[in-house]
Write a protein that binds this ligand. Structure first.
Ligand SMILES: Nc1ncnc2c1ncn2[C@@H]1O[C@H](COP(=O)(O)OP(=O)(O)OP(=O)(O)O)[C@@H](O)[C@H]1O
Ligand SMILES: [Mg+2]
Ligand SMILES: [Mg+2]
Length: 565
């Protein structure tokens, strides 16, 4: 059967999903891929799929994939959305549960001001319209970790609507082509988190922990504007950075503070959108990308084989790399929404509508919150480009890696070296070492001060760049020595003695007459070979530019006879 083809909006080119079948246990291998730009040694999903597309034959069907996300972010707040219980990650089970959280009869919700402010600030940062009046609703479903049998959410009139999230994807051979994209935000609603169900397979028991029940969530609903896993993962990363910059959510996916439901469908271009499936509770950006790309591929295969797509909920089996149905086919779930009778409409103001003599403790002013919005990641990146002449893709990597921007800024503060040099060392050498050993920036054995000192030595030409690499490797081994100590112990100081260098160059040329001949014949590689040989002879202690000058001087017509003299 002909390979199904998918049109990707990243590139505007057609993608063939069936070409990248890797024969997993299910016979349908999911493409793997990095989830944001700048990942070394790995081809992105877009790149893999693009190269697969080049193998297309005529007469194949084209498919367009559509992806829409619902993102749940836990609000950073000391207490829960409607109760005074503390919010704390990894507290002993059921130690942070009030009567309201456990749904005891007679308890009533009291709205947490901080959660409303966080929703407003997030909405403003995401270019949303803030509804001055919003409503709370009950969404019913029965699950052991939801003691009330319903969740309080904002179904009819959410607090923020019609926003947008801009993000950038790096493509191209060296990930150096930056494509800017925008996904529309349908709404942001305030809602309660549920508790946690823990399955103890050993004792065949199911245990409930209600510590999480009632924590404030922001559900950010994105319009179906994306078309592949990499786009979705990059957009989520950008949202994560924005939430963290605002301080409205810590948004650490590994801790469950940011969870994503991915809605996926496929259709032929020009035809109506296909039936969507929903892959629930993805808490890693890498798995989000994998789950989406797998699901796109699965749906295309299903349809190409004459099957149909069911509007069902699925989960991602990260061990097998595939999505599996979560519940039996039960048709569309009926949540029996009703207005929440115990909460009045949520009314907030702007400076123009604020009632005279209003008690600032009792009202929320949208304009006051707008003034408190800190610098957003897009602005930080723009500044890096402006201030340090950095390439946009480098500014993306600096922000995407946790702690890397701070590390870079600390090095900049302490060194006299050019910002471009610092960028190159931080992004190539430092990040390269971290990736190789799978370490986070916070786990690095090299401190910003040590790197700054190393770059200072390089800047004042005390050492060569090759020697600097050697010093860096020594620093990485973390034996508590400073760059200056390492340079002195290993005798890596740059050779300042011109005469000694001239003699060395002379000797190397005498030992390699053939290379000298090649050089004279105009072979451009020959000079590099000679430079390399001299560098080796000096144990990397000579500046390659000075070596080149010295060699060229000795090879110039006046001195040509010297080597063989
Ligand atoms: N044809 C489609 N293909 C892919 N995604 C779609 C399609 N239609 C809608 N979506 C996406 O599905 C999501 C729908 O989310 P929404 O919260 O409105 O409803 P829901 O999934 O029915 O409710 P719940 O919050 O209970 O999961 C949105 O992110 C939207 O972009
Ligand atoms: Mg939803
Ligand atoms: Mg949904």
């Amino acid at each position: 059967m002909a390979a199904p083809v998918l049109r990707c909006c990243c590139s505007g080119r057609r993608w063939a999903f069936a070409c990248i079948d890797r024969g997993s246990r299910h016979g349908r291998g999911a493409p793997t891929g990095s989830w944001f730009c700048g990942k070394r040694g790995q081809r992105s999903v877009a790149q893999q799929l693009l190269s697969a597309a080049q193998k297309l034959r005529k007469g194949e069907h084209e498919w367009t994939a559509v992806v829409g996300l619902e993102i749940h972010a836990q609000i950073s707040s000391n207490s829960k959305l409607f109760s005074g219980s503390k919010v704390h990650f990894a507290a002993p089970p059921n130690s942070l549960v009030s009567f309201f959280d456990a749904s005891l009869p007679g308890t009533l919700p009291v709205l947490n001001r901080r959660c409303v402010e966080a929703a407003v600030m997030t909405g403003l940062a995401l270019n949303c319209h803030i509804n001055k009046k919003s409503l709370f609703d009950r969404k019913h479903y029965f699950y052991a970790d939801l003691p009330a049998g319903y969740q309080i959410t904002q179904q009819r009139l959410p607090i923020a609507v019609n926003g947008s999230l801009a993000y950038s994807i790096c493509t191209g051979k060296k990930q150096s082509q930056v494509i800017s994209k925008t996904v529309r935000i349908k709404q942001i609603q305030l809602e309660q988190d549920s508790g946690k169900t823990l399955h103890d397979d050993f004792r065949s028991q199911t245990l409930i922990d209600l510590n999480r029940a009632g924590i404030g969530l922001l559900e950010v609903v994105l319009e179906p504007d994306m078309s592949c896993g990499e786009e979705a993962a990059t957009a989520v990363r950008e949202l994560q950075l924005i939430l963290q910059a605002l301080g409205t959510s810590q948004a650490i996916m590994a801790d469950g503070q940011l969870r994503v439901d991915a809605n996926i469908s496929v259709h032929h271009p020009g035809e109506p959108l296909g039936v969507r499936t929903e892959v629930k509770n993805l808490n890693s950006a890498r798995f989000l990308a994998k789950a989406i790309d797998y699901e796109i591929q699965r749906q295309i295969k299903e349809l190409e084989n004459g099957g149909e797509i069911l509007n069902e909920t699925r989960s991602f089996d990260y061990k097998l790399g595939c999505t599996v149905p979560m519940r039996d086919k039960e048709g569309k779930q009926d949540y029996r929404f009703i207005p929440e009778p115990n909460l009045p409409p949520l009314v907030i103001y702007d400076s123009a509508s604020l009632p005279a003599n209003a008690d600032p403790q009792q009202v929320i002013n949208i304009d006051r919150i707008r003034e408190q919005i800190p610098e957003l990641p897009s602005v930080t990146r723009e500044k890096l480009v402006q201030q340090y002449g950095m390439l946009p893709e480098h500014s993306l990597t600096l922000l995407n890696e946790v702690g890397l921007l701070e590390f870079f800024q600390n090095v900049i503060k302490e060194t006299r070296a050019e910002p471009k040099k610092v960028t190159s060392w931080v992004l190539n050498t430092f990040l390269g070492f971290l990736k190789q050993e799978n370490l986070a920036v916070s786990e690095s054995p090299v401190t910003p001060s040590a790197l700054a000192e190393l770059l200072n030595l390089l800047d004042r030409k005390a050492i060569s760049s090759a020697a600097a690499k050697q010093v860096f490797e020594e620093l990485w081994r973390n034996e508590g020595k400073t760059p200056a100590q390492i340079v002195s112990e290993k005798q890596l100081e740059l050779m300042q003695d011109r005469e000694a260098l001239e003699q060395l160059c002379h000797a190397v040329m005498e030992e390699h007459p053939q290379v000298v001949m090649d050089m004279k014949k105009g072979n451009p590689r020959a000079i590099n070979k000679l430079i390399g040989l001299v560098r080796k002879a000096t144990l990397n202690r000579a500046d390659p530019t000075v070596i080149k000058e010295t060699l060229e001087k000795q090879l110039s017509p006046r001195d040509v006879s010297r080597p063989s003299a």
